[in-house]
Ligand binder design. Structure first.
Ligand code: NAI
Length: 339
């Protein structure tokens, strides 16, 4: 039987993993803390670890995992920027992910964030609960006719673009690997990044975090946005330079910002800090702005997505010995799977 150590787990992870098909063939150890080089001793004889977006699998952590006898790192998410794949490859460690558990979940949350921010539904909800039925300060704008820039037209970006087309918005897109047939079918126009910044009323990010895309939105690129533009990020926090974003918000250059991810979310998001003084001053500042809406990395959190994450991840954990992983899930070229 394969022993698997799960990290950064919450009750909902456990619930969906415990009902995944064939999970009874695995011995699962659920940990609430994150996996890092400092906590790696807790693998305790496991042959595989199952991790999430804020576990930190740098080379030091991976070397210790390898020494402890771990042969598979199973990411229960799509993004893999938190794993040093070069180091995993060199060690012959298999790394798998769940490439597409529900792109609809993330796309729908993206649209939900924009509607909430623009129509100020979160503020209206609080007002009405206090019997304040005034409408002052709640003026929004129609999405119909606006120009929406979608950066990254992979699985999530394409669905997001299609939903926005349903509002009769003009959707422009940028991706170094465009999907021209899809764009024609859905009335989406590809453009270059600079033109997208200049034209978009709303800019939404759907691309991976890599060394090239780190701080894609920075002082220079944010300054190229149309005055009053709205920015949505449901991809990865480090795509945006937070200090530059705050400066643009303070100057009034940006109309609004909706974030499901934050540059320094590690150690903050997914936890209840309501009894503590939050030490992150940039996050405190963002939370104080009336035109900023933040959710704590919950875009993926639907029943469908959790079920699919558990199904695919358990499928791969059961294949650890054979090395015959599910199609499209393997990120490395492991040498020692069959040991
Ligand atoms: P995908 O791999 O299907 O698509 C990513 C697209 O980005 C590709 O078409 C790629 O060519 C494009 N791209 C790469 N570099 C680019 C650049 N410099 N400029 C513009 N486009 C670029 O990925 P998918 O499934 O659509 O996911 C996108 C991102 O969403 C993931 O990388 C992940 O970080 C994030 N995500 C967030 C979740 C959440 O709960 N907030 C959940 C799942 C994913």
């Amino acid at each position: 039987m394969n022993t698997v150590a799960f990290y950064d787990t919450k009750p909902y992870d456990r619930e969906y993993f415990e009902r995944a098909p064939d999970v009874s063939q695995l011995h699962c150890q659920f940990h609430e803390f994150r996996l890092t080089a400092e906590t790696v001793a807790s693998v305790n004889g496991a042959q595989a670890v199952c991790v999430f977006v804020n576990d930190r699998l740098d080379s030091a952590c991976l070397e210790q995992l390898h020494l402890a006898g771990v042969r598979l790192v199973a990411l229960r998410c799509a993004g893999f920027n938190n794993v040093d794949l070069g180091a995993a490859n060199a060690l012959g460690l298999a790394v798998t992910r769940v490439p597409a558990y529900s792109p609809h979940a993330v796309a729908e949350h993206t649209v939900g964030l924009l509607l909430t921010l623009n129509r100020k539904i979160h503020r209206a909800y609080n007002r009405v609960r206090e019997h304040n039925f005034s409408l002052s300060g709640l003026v929004g704008f129609d999405l119909h006719g606006k120009t929406i820039g979608v950066v990254g037209t992979g699985k999530i970006g394409r669905i997001t673009a299609q939903i926005f087309r349903g509002f009769d918005a003009e959707v422009i897109a940028f991706d170094p690997f465009p999907s021209p047939d899809w764009a024609v079918r859905h009335g989406v126009t590809y453009t270059d990044f600079a033109a997208m910044l200049a034209r978009s009323d709303i800019l939404t990010l759907h691309l991976p975090l890599t060394p090239e895309t780190h701080h894609l939105l920075n002082e220079r690129t944010l300054a190229q946005l149309k005055p009053g533009a709205h920015v949505i990020n449901t991809s990865r926090g480090k795509l945006i330079e937070t200090g530059a974003l705050i400066a643009r918000l303070k100057s009034g250059a940006l109309g609004g910002v909706a974030l499901d991810v934050y540059e320094e979310e590690e150690g903050i998001f997914f936890e209840d800090h309501s009894d503590a003084v939050l030490q992150d001053d940039e996050l405190n500042l963002l939370l104080s702005f009336p035109n900023v809406l933040i959710t704590a990395h919950q875009a993926f959190l639907t029943r469908e997505a959790l079920g699919e994450i558990a199904r695919v991840t358990v499928g791969n954990l059961l294949r650890a010995d054979s090395g015959n992983f599910l199609d499209g899930t393997l990120l490395t070229s492991p040498r020692h799977n069959c040991e």
